[in-house]
Design a protein around this ligand. Structure first.
Ligand SMILES: Cc1c2[nH]c(c1CCC(=O)O)Cc1[nH]c(c(CCC(=O)O)c1C)Cc1[nH]c(c(CCC(=O)O)c1C)Cc1[nH]c(c(C)c1CCC(=O)O)C2
Length: 355
C-alpha cells in the first residue's frame, strides 16, 4: 500500500487523513497545516551537533543521520509534515557529476556544462544510485506514522543553472545565453534533467513519500515567454511522469509572481508562493483547482513574537477564501532564525485556524 492510499480495516494508520494532505487535496481541514522549507538545518542546534565534521553531501548518504535530521524539526516544532533531508544536487552527484556543496556558498560544479559533449556526463539515474534514499525513507515512514513525509527534487531549470554557471549565480547569464543561442542543446539538456528528476521523485514516492515538491528556486529570473517556451515543457514532463501515483505535487520558486499561472499549468496540484504576492492575489493568478502554499516573509521571524503573529494573521486573512492552504514561509528558513520563533509560529497558526 502506498502512503497515500486511504487506510481501511485493520491496517496501520497512514498520513492520508492528515491536515497537510487534506489541504493539498483541497478538502476541509481541522486546522491550517504548517511546515517550513529548510526546516531541517542550520537554525537547529541539534542539527549542527549531529552534522559536526560531516560534509553536507556525505550526510545525505547516511540513512540513520538523514532520519534523525528529518525528524528534528517535527519533534521540536510540531509541524504538520516532514521534509526529507537531502539536497537538489544529490541526484547529479549520484550519477557522477563532479560537484560539492561549499558551506556558505552552495553547490559548486567542477567543470561547468557548456557544450553538446557535456550531455554525455548526464547518464540515467537508477534507484540503485540512490539506495540510501530508499533506505532512509523506509526508516522515516516507519517512525513518522501519520505525519506525512515530503520528497523533493530540483526542477530542470534550477539544476541547469547550477550546471551551466558552475555555481550559484545572480544573473544566470551563461544559462540564459545557452538557452537563447542554442535552443536545441538547451532543450536536450533540460529533457535529460527532467528524466533524472522524474526518476529521483519516483524513487522517493515508491519509498513512501506522501507528497513531492519540485523546487524551481531560480525560475523567477525568467520572463514568462522564456519560461513557457524553454523551461515549462521539462517541468511538465516531470509532473506528468509522477502523476499516476496520485501524490500531491507542489511547485515552488522565488520571485515567481509573474509565473504563478504557468507554474500551476505545468502540472502542479499545489503552487508555492513567495512573500511578494499576497495569497488572494496569488489565487487569482493561479486560477481554480489548485491549492496554494505560503507565504510569510522568512525575515519577519526576526521581528519578535507580536510582529510575527501579526504578519502570520495577515497571511491567514489573505488565504481565508482559498480552497486549500498550506502555511509555509515564502522561502527557506534563514540559518540564524531563532528556532523558538518557528515553534511559536506553528502553535499560533494552529490555534488561529482550529475549526
Ligand atoms: C537552491 C537549493 C539548494 N538546495 C535546495 C534548494 C531549493 C530550495 C531553496 O530555494 O532554498 C533544497 C534543499 N536543501 C536542503 C533541503 C533540506 C530539507 C529542508 O528543507 O529542511 C532542501 C529542501 C538541505 C541543505 N542544503 C544546504 C544546506 C546547508 C549546508 C550545511 O548545513 O552544511 C542544507 C541544510 C546547502 C545548499 N544547497 C543549495 C544551497 C543554495 C545551499 C546553501 C548554501 C549555504 O548557504 O551554505 C542548493
Amino acid at each position: 500500500m502506498s502512503a497515500i492510499d486511504r487506510p481501511s480495516g485493520q491496517q496501520q494508520p497512514t498520513p492520508y487523513d492528515s491536515a497537510f494532505l487534506k489541504a493539498c487535496r483541497r478538502e476541509p481541514v481541522p486546522h491550517t497545516p504548517v511546515w517550513f522549507m529548510r526546516q531541517a538545518g542550520r537554525s537547529l542546534p541539534e542539527y549542527l551537533k549531529v552534522r559536526e565534521g560531516i560534509g553536507m553531501l556525505d550526510s545525505c548518504m547516511r540513512p540513520e543521520l538523514v532520519k534523525e535530521i528529518t525528524l528534528q524539526p517535527v519533534r521540536r516544532h510540531g509541524v504538520d509534515a516532514a521534509i526529507y533531508f537531502s539536497d537538489i544536487v544529490v541526484p547529479l552527484k549520484a550519477i557522477g557529476v563532479d560537484l560539492d556543496i561549499k558551506p556558505g556558498v552552495g553547490p559548486v560544479v567542477a567543470e561547468p556544462f557548456r557544450t553538446r559533449a557535456d550531455l554525455a556526463r548526464l547518464r540515467d539515474l537508477t534507484p540503485d544510485d540512490v539506495w540510501y534514499v530508499t533506505e532512509a525513507m523506509g526508516l522515516l515512514t516507519a517512525e513518522l506514522g501519520t505525519t506525512p513525509l515530503i520528497g523533493f527534487a530540483g526542477a530542470p531549470f534550477t539544476l541547469a543553472s547550477y550546471l551551466v554557471e558552475g555555481g550559484p549565480s545572480r544573473n544566470h547569464e551563461h544559462t540564459k545565453a545557452l538557452m537563447h543561442a542554442d535552443p536545441e542543446l538547451w532543450a536536450d539538456l533540460l529533457d535529460r534533467l527532467a528524466e533524472i528528476t522524474a526518476t529521483f521523485l519516483t524513487v522517493q514516492i515508491e519509498a513512501g513519500a506522501s507528497a513531492v515538491q519540485l523546487f524551481d528556486s531560480w525560475a523567477g529570473a525568467l520572463a514568462p515567454a522564456d519560461y513557457r517556451r524553454s523551461v515549462m515543457p521539462a517541468s511538465a514532463k516531470v509532473f506528468e511522469t509522477v502523476a499516476g501515483y496520485g501524490v500531491p505535487r507542489i511547485h515552488f520558486g522565488v520571485g515567481t509572481g509573474e509565473l504563478l499561472g504557468l507554474m500551476g499549468e505545468a502540472g502542479a496540484d499545489v503552487v508555492g508562493v513567495d512573500w511578494r504576492v499576497p495569497m488572494d492575489e496569488a489565487a487569482r493568478r493561479v486560477g481554480p483547482g489548485k491549492a496554494l502554499q505560503g507565504n510569510l516573509d522568512p525575515a519577519v521571524l526576526f521581528a519578535g513574537p507580536r510582529a510575527v503573529e501579526a504578519a502570520a494573521d495577515e497571511v491567514l486573512r489573505a488565504a481565508a477564501g482559498l480552497e486549500g492552504h498550506v502555511f509555509n514561509l515564502g522561502h527557506g528558513v534563514l540559518p540564524t532564525t531563532d528556532p523558538d520563533a518557528l515553534t511559536r509560529l506553528v502553535a499560533h497558526v494552529h490555534e488561529r485556524t482550529a475549526r
